[in-house]
Design a protein around this ligand. Structure first.
Ligand code: GLN
Length: 561
């Protein structure tokens, strides 16, 4: 039987509930239990694919093609384990399933109601995701007291009634503000969150106190008394330098042992955190540092600009850096203001764009959509290519690298992607007939090439060497990465670009015998590698992605030179 740990948030969201969930899962897994993590999102979207990244953060893509909230990414990065799309449950999915079933006559004669039909649907989805695991950690999105997450609290309470309280543990992650004008940590909002949770019939077993500082004994006691729990179940969680510190901090408070005890489990093996600790140390005190430019679109929400839309890339760089003992300074370059029409204009010493680019040890052009910032990205790619700066192109970053090469090396001045210029004489990047039909039918939800695809990489190529070194390639030279895009490298131009020195070093072989270009590289450049995939979705703290690892390594060499 699966045991459950339910993680809820109090006071405000965005204080590390997802990371706490991931860290708890990691701790339980380290104790020898088969563990999975489940994210409940109370919004009515069926998935995150249609949400605005600048508002909600990046869309995470699973192996099985789900477009999901980025918390699932945090889970995978901590657990070093793929998590399928069914582990993300949204209100939209629940209601859609119940209403579809009602229309299909699945409840004939019954009045279909919030309780039990909606709540039972929640329970059955939780059980389905948890099936086969010893422990499932469930994170309930939002904060306790939100209208939207009521059905989910009801469902986990019902699960507790069914399984017994030995088999379900509740963790409340609260925020304790320290208002600047009084310089004192306030517990009141946390106490109110506890009360709101009590109103759902739930008493927390653990309270994680997120704050700028570690909570002191006086305040711990206050919370302990109010929540009727032992004070050693009130856990300090002050701000830290790196999220990967959190499992170590929780273990210092022996949260793993206490949690296992609460769930009536005994540890099956003693966790060994030494390798994890080494990586954390490398993040905190790296032997050296490199500067990596990420050329993206940074739209702001109100007064805040969200770099969260590139979270997985940032994390993948950190993972590679932790393994190489190098700190990563990310320089966020706005593609729309870099906007240098031609690199020749970068030659003037007064150009701030030029000095910005000169200071970089490596450049990434990440995934993207639409026309905004495209010329800026192309100009930066040209700069990286001509100045031997390590370059890593991700999805749009590969497509635009091909466009840049076609324009400036093959002399096709008009070359473009038809996403930006449908009339171009040289559609280097174009849409496949199948995807075109989906767009014409206006079916935007979940219609891209999504999820894991296996590519055949060319033996002897740089890409093959990188995957081989990471033991991430199989006997048939196949590598697997995740995708999220509509456009592809146009097969009609592959030969021409290759004649001019570009190498398409990995291909997806379709059942209809056509090939899709998955990787490209420049053999004579220190590191110029791009992929149609999103390797950032396949990088774990203990197991960095080979392309990011190779890129950061090349950036170190570039800096030394
Ligand atoms: N806009 C491009 C496409 O749809 C690239 C997508 C991406 O970078 N994720 O193919």
């Amino acid at each position: 039987m699966t045991k459950y740990i339910v993680v809820a948030g109090g006071v405000i969201s965005g204080v590390g509930k997802g990371v706490t969930t991931a860290a708890l899962g990691k701790i339980i897994k380290e104790n020898g239990y088969k563990t999975t993590l489940i994210k409940i999102d109370p919004y009515i979207n069926c998935d995150a694919g249609t949400l605005r990244p600048t508002e909600h953060g990046e869309v995470w893509v699973t192996d099985d093609g789900g477009e999901i909230d980025q918390d699932l990414g945090t889970y995978e990065r901590f657990l070093d384990q793929s998590i399928p799309k069914k582990n993300n449950i949204t209100t939209g999915q629940i209601y859609k399933a119940v209403i579809d079933r009602e229309r299909a006559g699945g409840y004939l004669g019954q009045t279909v109601q919030f309780v039990p039909h909606i709540t039972n649907e929640v329970i059955s989805r939780i059980k389905d995701a948890a099936d086969g695991y010893d422990v499932a950690v469930i994170e309930i999105g939002g904060t306790v007291g939100d209208f939207e997450n009521k059905p989910f609290f009801f469902a986990v309470k019902a699960l507790e009634r069914e399984l017994g309280s030995d088999n379900v543990a509740y963790v409340l992650v609260c925020y304790l503000p320290v208002p600047a004008h009084i310089h004192e940590m306030k517990t009141k909002p946390a106490l109110q969150a506890i009360r709101l949770l009590n109103e759902e019939g739930i008493s927390p077993d653990f309270i994680v106190c997120r704050s700028q500082y570690a909570i002191d004994e006086i305040r711990k006691n206050k919370i302990e008394t109010y929540a009727h729990i032992p004070s050693d179940h009130v856990i300090a969680a002050p701000d830290i330098d790196t999220i990967y510190q959190i499992p170590l901090d929780l273990e210092r408070e022996r949260v793993g042992a206490k949690m296992l005890k609460k769930l009536n489990l005994v540890s099956k093996r003693t966790p060994d955190w030494s390798a994890w600790q080494l990586r954390v140390d490398a993040i905190k005190n790296p032997a050296k540092r490199v500067r990596i430019g990420i050329v993206g679109k940074y739209l702001s929400t109100g007064d805040y600009s969200l770099t969260d839309s590139y979270l997985s890339i940032d994390q993948a760089l950190i993972h590679a850096g932790a393994q190489l003992n190098v700190g990563i300074d990310v320089v966020w370059l706005d593609a729309q203001s870099v906007c240098i029409p031609h690199v020749t204009e970068l030659q003037s010493d007064s150009s701030s764009a030029k000095s910005e680019l000169q200071s970089l040890d490596g450049i990434i052009v990440p995934g993207g959509f639409g026309v905004a910032g495209v010329e800026g990205k192309i100009a930066v790619i040209q700069y990286a290519r001509e100045h031997n700066i390590p370059y890593l192109g991700l999805c749009y970053g590969m497509q635009l690298a091909a466009v840049e090469f076609a324009r400036n090396v093959c002399g096709l001045r008009d070359a473009h992607t038809t996403e930006v210029n449908a009339q171009t004489e040289h559609p280097i990047i174009d849409i496949l007939p199948l995807q075109k039909k989906l767009i014409d039918d206006n079916a935007y939800g979940g219609t891209m090439r999504l999820g894991a695809y296996a590519a055949h990489v060319q033996p002897g190529s740089k890409v093959a060497a990188l995957y081989r070194a990471a033991r991430a390639i199989d006997m048939n030279d196949m590598v697997i990465e995740r995708h999220r895009h509509r456009y592809e490298m146009n097969p009609a131009y592959v030969a021409l670009l290759e004649q001019h020195g570009l190498r398409f070093s990995g291909r997806y072989l379709r059942a209809d015998a056509t090939q899709l270009m998955e990787f490209l590289e420049l053999p004579d450049h220190p590191f110029f590698v791009a992929t149609q995939a999103h390797p950032e979705f396949n990088s774990r703290f203990s197991n960095p992605n080979p392309l990011f690892y190779g890129f950061v390594k090349a950036a170190i060499v570039s800096k030394q030179e």
